[in-house]
Design a protein around this ligand. Structure first.
Ligand code: HEM
Length: 643
């Protein structure tokens, strides 16, 4: 008996070893045929086992002779896309293959190659299995591919037009006003240390996305709804739990997003006994209840003819699915639903898409505004240029009177340059996973050489690295580190250097997609600013699968930053080194020295950002700042005057 078990065990082990060795040999041979450099990695480093067991296999690997790991050491580290970025490619080249017994992954930060991949959706589809965390509340436009994706994209893209972008501009100004009032405090004076910038920018963007996704006006503490607000909508805006719920809508949403990973990985019954996990389950059940109540209200509105037009993605999807006429050219009618024409999006898919809009459009924009504010506090000279451009474009006009058309000059000004520079250095999405289609092998060309990529090979578009690859960007020696180039520093001024770059913005790719899949078709950056080669700056991805909310995000960021900097400055708080009385007594040299300490510490904190869902400061990391009325600054109106 024992010997039979041993025999079986031996046979299984031998078979396991055989599959590992033959899989590795097969993949190595395929990688060789591409003509690209390749390296053997012990496991699929992006797979669950590769990531979970990283602290075991990585030290073992490093016991081997250096030649086996030194070229790819940086790519094997956690969070390398942001932490190591282009440095990870300096030894191995801008496109190389990681081969393991089960997978081949082409890792690249070469703009020419990235551009080819994003231009051909069918040849290089999205690797949808990487998005299971975002599929848990229903299939949606972000997580699907093929015909299903087309249908989701057509249904969802209808809301993303200039008319709605103008409404978002207005709402962003309004909500930023609410945030400023929170920061000014009850005495309206400001200049108080804010330790909650990350949380506050998340709240700001949640309030704006509440409008974008659901047409809701969400409130800041102390605000009340205007008289005459529809009582059905009031339930979602209130900051206390309404009847039938144990949490407010905003809390349930914020907390569900916070616990997304836990909710996906662990079964609910396992979560109940733990306090944090219990909160996760409670938030999710409140959130879903709100969503289905909201859905039914919207369906009722459509049936009674009460549906209002506006930026309300969920309302739009309900109108598409339950209205009499298909919108946006959709012809995907699949039957009837209580007498109305039923289009292809099911209720679960409507809820899934509404959820994805919140996820995709909330943390991303919040991170960009968060890091933009920090970088402007760290770089006073850049902040002064922002003030100057806002003064020139918007003058002293009250924000609620600003014309949406000012977004054009704002985008070509220092405000747009700062947003671009933040997106370049701190892209919320650091890498995009693609795959060579299962249909056939595909060719990419790099520096005139063709490479045949085997079908089903995975591709890692290393956006954060391409955006710091010095060969695509105007640079000068770093004033911060003394390095030969300043590609790792926040220098928004580089966007005003319009020599070089890519004037016609993009080489033509043979076989590129030509179909219009809806959404904003304009460029990522203003025509007045530097145009990097296509593929070198893709914070919103590019091509058919590019971000649907790109224009909305740009409008939100332009409106919010302009509302803040028209009348205020953001300074780093220096409480750790000097009290307000100390600062008041200090001369400029002493103040400069104390501010330098705060600048160094803030830069070090930003370097600790990491990706869970998006790139941000996690855990207890934060940079304290102050909102100061213009004219009352202690530092940023004069510091770094030589820059
Ligand atoms: C600064 C803010 C934002 C950044 C950096 C950003 C970035 C991205 C990126 C890189 C992708 C492609 C992901 C991939 O292919 O794996 C994407 C897709 C998407 N984003 Fe955004 N996004 C932002 C804001 C928004 C906003 C505000 C919304 C909606 C209100 C939104 C909705 C979407 C959707 C629906 C997709 C999927 C499009 C498709 O696959 O057809 N995003 N975004």
């Amino acid at each position: 008996m024992v010997s039979s078990i041993l025999l079986l065990f031996g046979a299984a082990l031998a078979y396991g070893l055989y599959s590992v060795v033959s899989g590795l040999r097969r993949n190595v041979a395929a990688a060789k045929r591409t003509g690209l450099p390749y390296y053997v990695a012990p496991l699929d480093i992006y797979g669950l086992s590769g990531r979970l067991l990283q602290s075991i296999w990585f030290p073992i690997l490093k016991k081997l002779p250096r030649k086996y790991w030194e070229d790819i050491e940086l790519v094997l580290q956690r969070d390398w896309h942001y932490q190591q970025n282009h440095k990870a490619f300096t030894r191995a080249g801008e496109a190389f293959i990681l081969v393991s017994p089960k997978t081949m992954i082409l890792v690249m930060d070469n703009a020419e190659a990235i551009h080819q991949v994003t231009s051909k959706r069918e040849a290089f589809p999205k690797l949808t299995e990487s998005y299971s965390i975002l599929r848990q509340y229903g299939d949606n436009v972000l997580t699907t591919e093929g015909a299903l994706w087309r249908m989701h994209r057509k249904a969802t893209s209808a809301s993303f037009n200039e008319k709605n972008a103008a409404l978002v501009f207005r709402e962003s100004i309004y909500q930023t006003g609410g945030l400023i009032n929170q920061w000014l405090g009850p005495d309206g004076q400001g200049n108080k240390t804010i330790n909650s910038l990350e949380h506050d920018t998340m709240s700001l963007m949640l309030n704006i996305i509440g409008y974008v996704g659901f047409g809701l006006r969400l409130l800041w503490p102390g605000q009340t709804l205007p008289p005459g607000t529809d009582p059905k909508l009031a339930k979602y805006a209130t900051l206390d739990a309404p009847e039938g719920h144990t949490m407010s809508f905003v809390d349930s949403l914020a907390s569900t997003l916070d616990h997304l990973l836990i909710l996906l990985i662990l079964p609910k019954w396992l979560l109940i006994p733990y306090k944090r996990a219990k909160k996760a389950v409670e938030s999710e059940s409140n959130y879903l209840k709100y969503m289905y109540e909201f859905l039914h209200d919207k369906i009722e509105d459509v049936r009674t003819g009460n549906a209002e037009e506006g930026m309300d993605i969920m309302g739009q999807l309900v109108r598409t699915s339950y209205g009499d006429k298909p919108t946006n050219g959709s012809t995907a009618a699949t039957g009837t639903n209580k007498g109305t024409t039923r289009l292809a999006l099911s209720d679960a898919e409507i809820v899934g898409n509404a959820f994805i809009m919140i996820v995709a459009g909330h943390e991303t924009t919040a991170n960009v505004i968060h890091f933009s504010l920090l970088e402007l506090a760290i770089n006073p000279a850049a902040q002064r240029k922002v003030h100057k451009d806002i003064d020139a474009i918007l003058g002293d006009e009250e924000p609620d009177t600003w014309d949406y058309k000012t977004t054009d000059p704002l985008q070509g000004s220092m405000v747009g340059a700062c947003i671009n520079e933040t997106l370049r250095l701190m892209p919320p999405v650091c890498a995009i996973p693609k795959v060579v289609s299962g249909g056939q092998d595909q060719v990419i060309t790099i520096d005139g050489e063709k490479h045949l990529l085997p079908q089903t090979m995975r591709i890692d578009l290393a956006i954060a690295a391409a955006q710091r690859n010095p060969r695509y960007w105007p640079t000068r020696p770093s004033r911060v580190t003394g390095a030969a180039h300043d590609v790792d520093d926040f220098v928004p001024e580089r966007w005003f250097q319009t020599n070089g770059g890519d004037k016609d913005n993009g080489a033509v790719v043979e076989g590129a997609d030509t179909e219009d899949f809806g959404g904003f078709a304009g460029p990522d950056t203003s025509a007045q600013l530097y145009r990097p080669p296509r593929g070198a700056f893709i914070p919103f991805s590019d091509g058919a699968r590019s971000c649907l909310g790109r224009r909305i995000a740009q409008v939100e960021l332009l409106a919010s930053l302009s509302t803040i900097f028209q009348r205020y400055s953001i300074e780093l708080a220096v409480d750790e080194w000097a009290s307000d009385e100390d600062v008041a007594r200090m001369g400029r040299a002493e103040r400069a020295a104390v501010y330098k300490k705060a600048q160094d510490k803030a830069r070090a904190t930003i370097r600790c950002a990491s990706t869970r869902l998006t790139l941000k400061l996690h855990g207890n990391q934060y940079v304290p700042v102050r909102l100061v009325k213009r004219g009352e600054e202690r530092f940023v109106d004069w510091a770094d005057a030589d820059v």
